[in-house]
Design a protein around this ligand. Structure first.
Ligand SMILES: [Mg+2]
Length: 107
């Protein structure tokens, strides 16, 4: 699935089952909530916390939750994430192409 297809799939799902998009502000709050849920799983899996009884290690599902809400926000604000990611990669390449290679702490 391409990013464009993902944006279209989310849009179709919202129009079929979701009635309408939550407002941008609501989805920003939901995105923050989902990032927190992802952070909780990472804290338990890679950090010093342990899973509580009954908690699942659902790292991929939590990442998908974050992506879902981001795709919603892109759709409702008219952002083409394919184009934006291409531009962003080019920006990072131009800005950081030597920075990390020259960082002794990464060796
Ligand atoms: Mg979640």
């Amino acid at each position: 699935m391409t990013i464009k297809e993902a944006q279209e799939a989310v849009d179709q799902w919202i129009k079929t089952y979701g009635v309408r998009y939550f407002s941008e502000l609501t989805n920003m709050a939901v995105l923050t909530e989902e990032v927190g849920e992802l952070a909780r799983v990472i804290a338990r899996k890679y950090g010093d916390q342990s899973f509580k009884a009954g908690e699942k290690e659902n790292l991929g599902d939590e990442m998908a939750d974050v992506l879902w809400v981001l795709l919603c926000l892109a759709n409702q604000t008219g952002i083409d994430l394919t184009e934006e990611l291409k531009k962003n990669i080019a920006k990072k390449t131009e800005r950081d192409k030597q920075r990390h290679i020259q960082n002794e702490k990464l060796k």
